[in-house]
Design a protein around this ligand. Structure first.
Ligand code: FAD
Length: 454
C-alpha cells in the first residue's frame, strides 16, 4: 500500500495523482539535487516533478489550494534551474519542477516543439543535425521555460531576434489550474504576456518555435574569440558601439570587461557571425580585431553546439555572484565612462556588454511583453555578494542611464527593477492580464510587477 507523501502538518494531503511525482526532504537520494537552483540553496518542503501537462495543472491547483487553506506558502516554478534571481526554489514551500518535461521535437519544416524543462544545450544538439538553430543564450545548461518566457539574448540575437520572437504557439497553465493552448489568434492576451512576462501569465509547459535554418546538416557558424588589452575603456566602448551599429545583422558581439591591477581593462569577446559566409563576415571580424591590441585571437568555423557549453552541472546553489543589468540606448563614450566607474568598485567582478539592435529593433516595443526594442546594448554587472548597498553604489553610474531592464538577467527583485523591466503601456497591459488570470497572486516569486516591493 503506497504511503501518503509526508507533508507539514497543516498542509492538505496531496491528490493521489501527485503522490507519484512528489519529492520531500525525506527522499535523501533525490532531494539534495532538486531542492536548490544554480544561484540559490533552497529548502522547499515539497517538490512536484511534473510528467505531463496534467501533472503541471494539478500541481498549480494544489499550490493554489494550499495558499487558500494555510496562507502564504512560497510557490516556485522551475524549468532549467538557472534563474538569476533564485526564485525557482524557496524555503518551506512548494516547487513545481518541469525538468522531466524535456522533449525536443521537429514538427516539420522549421517548426520545433520544445518542452519547458529542456535545456538549451540539448535543443542545440537535437536541432543541429537538421541544419536548424534556435537562438537562446551563451550557456547550454539554461532552461527553456525561464529563458524563453523572459527574453533570450543569445549569439544570434541581432540576426534572429530574441528567443521569444520565435514563439508561435504555447501551452500554458494559469493560476486556476486551467490549460490553455494559445497563439496569435487564440487567447492573444495570454500569448502576448507569456512572451516577456515570465511566470506572470502562468506556467508554460511547451512552446512551438520557428527555428532558423543554417545549412543542411550540422550547424556551423563563424566564431570569433579574443582577448584585448584596453587602455581607454570609454574610447573602446564608443568604437565598439559604432562598429555594432553599422555591422550586418549576422554579427553579434558579447564582451566581458574586467579592470586590471594597473588600471587598464581586459576585454574578453565572443562574437558570432550567424552563418558560414567567411567573405561576408571578414570586414566585421577584422574591424573588431582592430579595436584594441590583441593578446589572444581566434576566428574559425565552429559547430554551434561547441560555443554553447553544456556541463550539466548539478544545481546546488554553487553560483554566489549577484547580477544587475541595464538596457542602454546608446553604446558610446559616456557609457564607457560609466562602465569604467562601476568597475572601480571592489564588488564589481566584471561588466558584460551584449550587442542588441539588428532584427530585434524591427518589432515595435508593444509587440510582446518584452517591451524593449530600441536599446543598442545590454549591460550587466557580475558583483561579489558583499551586500546590496555596495552593489547599488557600484551599479549606480550605469543604472542612471538604463532605459530598461532585462528581467531574467538580474538578481535585484525590487519594485524599481520591475518598473524598468515592464515600463509604461507594457506594464499596464501585463498587470491587467495578471490580475485577470491570477487574481490571488499565486505567481509572486522573483521579479514581478505586482509582488516586487522596495
Ligand atoms: C550561467 C547563466 C548564463 C545565462 N546566459 C544567458 C544568456 O546568454 N541569454 C539570456 O537571455 N539569459 C541568460 N541567462 C539568464 C536566463 O535566461 C535566466 O536565468 C532564465 O530564467 C533561466 O531559465 P531556467 O529555466 O533555467 O530558469 P529557472 O531557474 O528554472 O526559472 C527561473 C524563473 O523563470 C520562471 N520560469 C521558469 N520556468 C517557467 C515556465 N515553464 N513558465 C513560466 N515561467 C517560468 C520562474 O519565474 C522562475 O523563477 C543566463 C543565466 C545563467 C545562470
Amino acid at each position: 500500500m503506497p504511503q501518503p507523501t509526508p507533508l507539514p502538518a497543516a498542509w492538505p494531503a496531496l491528490p493521489t495523482e501527485l503522490d507519484g511525482v512528489a519529492v520531500t526532504p525525506a527522499d535523501r537520494a533525490r532531494y539534495p539535487y532538486l531542492s536548490s537552483s544554480y544561484m540559490r540553496v533552497g529548502t522547499p518542503d515539497l517538490i512536484l516533478m511534473a510528467r505531463d501537462v496534467d501533472d503541471a495543472a494539478a500541481a498549480v491547483g494544489y499550490a493554489a489550494g494550499l495558499r487558500a487553506a494555510v496562507g502564504q506558502v512560497p510557490f516556485s516554478v522551475r524549468s532549467g534551474g538557472h534563474g538569476i534571481s533564485g526564485a525557482s526554489t524557496n524555503d518551506g514551500g512548494v516547487v513545481l519542477d518541469l525538468s522531466a518535461l524535456n522533449r525536443v521535437e521537429v514538427l516539420g519544416a522549421d517548426l520545433v516543439r520544445v518542452q519547458a524543462g529542456a535545456i538549451w544545450g540539448d535543443v542545440a544538439a537535437e536541432l543541429s543535425g537538421h541544419g536548424l538553430v534556435i537562438t537562446s543564450g551563451n550557456m547550454g545548461d539554461t532552461g527553456v521555460g525561464g529563458l524563453a518566457t523572459a527574453g533570450g539574448i543569445g549569439y544570434f540575437v541581432r540576426a534572429h531576434g530574441l528567443t521569444l520572437d520565435l514563439i508561435r504557439r504555447a501551452t500554458i497553465v494559469t493560476a486556476d489550474g486551467a490549460v490553455h493552448v494559445v497563439d496569435a489568434e487564440h487567447e492573444p492576451d495570454l500569448f502576448w504576456a507569456l512572451r516577456g512576462g515570465g511566470t506572470q501569465a502562468g506556467v508554460v509547459v511547451d512552446l512551438d518555435l520557428e527555428a532558423r535554418r543554417i545549412g543542411e546538416d550540422d550547424v556551423v557558424v563563424i566564431h570569433q574569440a579574443s582577448q584585448q588589452i584596453v587602455d581607454d575603456l570609454p574610447g573602446y566602448v564608443h568604437a565598439w558601439g559604432d562598429l555594432m551599429r553599422g555591422a550586418p545583422r549576422e554579427f553579434t558581439s558579447f564582451l566581458m570587461l574586467q579592470r586590471l591591477p594597473d588600471g587598464r581593462h581586459l576585454s574578453v569577446a565572443r562574437n558570432v557571425w550567424a552563418d558560414t559566409d567567411i567573405a561576408a563576415a571578414q570586414p566585421a571580424v577584422s574591424d573588431f580585431a582592430r579595436l584594441a591590441p590583441l593578446v589572444q585571437h581566434d576566428a574559425s568555423l565552429m559547430p554551434y553546439s561547441g560555443i554553447v557549453p553544456t556541463p550539466r552541472s548539478p544545481k546546488v546553489g554553487q553560483q554566489h555572484i549577484q547580477m544587475r543589468d541595464a538596457l542602454v540606448d546608446v553604446a558610446d563614450r559616456a557609457l564607457g565612462e560609466r562602465v569604467a566607474e562601476a568597475l572601480r568598485h571592489d564588488v564589481a567582478s566584471l561588466v558584460e556588454l551584449r550587442s542588441l539592435g539588428g532584427i530585434v529593433a524591427d518589432l515595435p516595443a508593444p509587440a510582446t511583453a518584452f517591451g524593449h526594442r530600441h536599446q543598442e546594448v545590454l549591460v550587466s554587472l557580475w558583483a561579489q555578494p558583499r551586500g546590496i548597498a555596495a552593489i547599488d553604489r557600484a551599479w549606480e553610474p550605469v543604472e542612471a542611464v538604463a532605459s530598461g531592464v532585462y528581467s531574467a538577467y538580474t538578481s535585484d527583485t525590487r519594485a524599481r527593477q520591475a518598473e524598468l523591466a515592464w515600463p509604461g503601456e507594457t506594464g499596464r497591459r501585463l498587470r491587467a492580464i495578471s490580475e485577470r488570470v491570477d487574481p490571488a497572486l499565486l505567481f509572486d516569486a522573483g521579479l514581478t510587477l505586482r509582488a516586487s516591493a522596495e
